[in-house]
Design a protein around this ligand. Structure first.
Ligand SMILES: N[C@@H](CCC(=O)N[C@@H](CS)C(=O)NCC(=O)O)C(=O)O
Length: 246
């Protein structure tokens, strides 16, 4: 009986070691925690934080209050002369621009390439969406809302029309697609959802763009286990509260 108990214990231990090996297989981990200079409401910071959650990476979050000028210190500008958040420091490797950080994290630490495919054509589609987000969608969102949020300026119909035009293009891109670049979630979805969470919190109605509205709900659900509520939605609500104060 005693022999059987010892044998079962040994078998259990061997199985557990096997599981541990399977867990670490392919899942590269940084040698020390990756630092992320951030502020909770910042949309690009939220996108990077959700990407890290999807990858199962723990970040060492360094609160950098740009409202108090904490990004304008000589130390910060030595690290990132452009003094933007998010800025990442992975054991001395410093990078800024959220989309570049997200791509780096997947390339360096992803178990597989599903969030940022290695296949040239698939990657090109993700890159196109990311650049559309950076250069058109988020840029038009900012053109409309940054003056309202930070300068108390009124709603500008012309800028709103430009944003609506970009939403129309995205609606077409999403036709017949589950996610922004095809059948599965990629960093393009994670980057864009931060913009849409802001639009929702700010009360910008995009329900007429049916594909966009459906994609938004689907992407929210997909990111729910990876911080959608506590990172993205909470941050967007904080942004919207700036508007209500003015
Ligand atoms: N395209 C950049 C935008 C970064 C950015 O402008 N971040 C804002 C906060 S949301 C910032 O750092 N503002 C302060 C500054 O530019 O000095 C990215 O995606 O990382």
């Amino acid at each position: 009986m005693k022999f059987l108990t010892v044998l079962l214990a040994l078998l259990y231990l061997a199985n557990d070691i096997g599981n541990a090996a399977a867990r670490s297989k392919g899942g590269k981990m940084p040698s020390q925690p990756i630092k992320l200079y951030y502020l909770p409401p910042s949309p690009p910071c939220r996108a990077v934080m959700m990407t890290a959650r999807v990858l199962g990476l723990d970040l060492e979050l360094v609160l950098t209050n740009i409202m108090k000028g904490e990004h304008l210190t000589p130390e910060y500008q030595k690290m990132n002369p452009q003094h933007t958040i998010p800025t990442m420091d992975d054991n001395g490797f410093v990078l800024w621009e959220s989309r570049a950080i997200m791509a780096y994290l997947v390339n360096a630490y992803g178990r597989d390439d599903s969030l940022y495919p290695k296949n040239p054509r698939q990657r090109a589609i993700v890159d196109q969406r990311l650049q559309f987000d950076l250069g058109t969608l988020y840029s038009r969102y900012s053109a409309l809302y940054a003056p309202m949020l930070f300068k108390g300026e009124p709603y500008n119909e012309e800028l709103a029309a430009k944003l609506t035009e970009a939403l129309g293009w995205l609606n077409m891109l999403l036709d017949g697609k589950t996610f922004a670049a095809g059948d599965n979630l990629t960093i393009a979805d994670i980057s864009m959802i931060a913009t849409f969470s802001n639009l929702e919190a700010l009360g910008f109605d995009f329900s007429a763009h049916e594909n966009v509205a459906k994609w938004f709900e689907r992407t929210k659900k997909t990111l729910e286990p990876h911080g959608y509520e506590d990172i993205d939605k909470a941050g967007a609500q904080q942004i919207a509260s700036f508007l209500k104060k003015d």
